[in-house]
Write a protein that binds this ligand. Sequence first.
Ligand SMILES: NC(=O)c1ccc[n+]([C@@H]2O[C@H](COP(=O)([O-])OP(=O)(O)OC[C@H]3O[C@@H](n4cnc5c(N)ncnc54)[C@H](OP(=O)(O)O)[C@@H]3O)[C@@H](O)[C@H]2O)c1
Length: 307
Amino acid sequence: MRILVSGSTGFLGTSLIDTLERESHAIVRLVRPESVQRKANTTRAQAVRWDPVAGQFDATAAERADALVHLAGASISGGRWSVSRKNLLRTSRIEATRHLIGALSRLRYPPRVIVASSGIGYYGDRGEEILTEESSSGGDFLSALCREWEAETARGAEFGARVVMLRFGIVLAAHGGALPLMALPFKLGAGGRLGSGRQWMSWLTIGEAVGMIRFALANPGLAGPANAVTPNPVRNADFTRILAKTLHRPALFPVPAFALRLALGEMADALLLPSQRVMPSKLEQTGYQFIQPDLAMAIAEVFRKQA
Ligand SMILES: NC(=O)c1ccc[n+]([C@@H]2O[C@H](COP(=O)([O-])OP(=O)(O)OC[C@H]3O[C@@H](n4cnc5c(N)ncnc54)[C@H](OP(=O)(O)O)[C@@H]3O)[C@@H](O)[C@H]2O)c1
């Protein structure tokens, strides 16, 4: 396949492109003026110039691609959520997606498949509720952001594309995402559960995330939002215990919710303290085979690869 990839220099994009290139797909990276070029030089990928701020897009180079994998967006955990940061989180997803889908709709031969990222932040903080793709969205900043972002992505259907929005859970890897930050206090001997520890965490490994993107690209039966998590969410206290055991460190120092809110502001309630017990119902119904659904084995694998 010839596959356009936005956000290709990021955590998910880098792993995805490594895998797709090994499978001999032709990758066409969407390159923003700010994109880091280093990675581009090490891959065989072609490039399409894309400037979501100025509204520019190199249409000729994007013609006749089979698919788009759309992963771009300013990092959700990249800084305290000030008014300007929130604005960037929104524009880099909602407006950038509007611009990208609009540009693709004007191609003579637009991609027939769009696989785009969203997040389980869509659901907000839901306690013990079991969440499927049928569940309602939440009422906080991140929920609204995901709703509007998905609505812009879904417009790809207007030019006939099959559109899949993968609502990613917490993606675990040694080299990026949340796990290295979560592991740091444990490595210093000062780890512990977050808040009450009763909140549900829905997770997947980076290999699983890549597997789900590949499945979504190839499986015509999958369309619309799909929860990209394993079927085994765990409470934060259990996640903490497994992490501590794998690292051979104690988990003696719970971090109270107020301290997290003091340090991180609104991000603490949106990213570390919400309870999100999410099930991958659509992926299961369409026959996705999980690669690593066991958390203890997943964390052990991640740290073994790092060693
Ligand atoms: N990692 C997770 O656990 C997780 C969980 C849920 C949802 N997600 C979502 O999945 C997507 C990919 O995640 P990731 O972990 O790979 O993120 P990431 O490492 O932060 O990469 C995102 C990429 O987006 C592009 N980007 C950065 N700033 C941008 C801006 N202002 N406007 C447009 N594009 C910008 C960059 O790529 P280029 O420079 O190549 O354009 C960047 O490398 C994100 O939208 C993220 O919110 C991730």
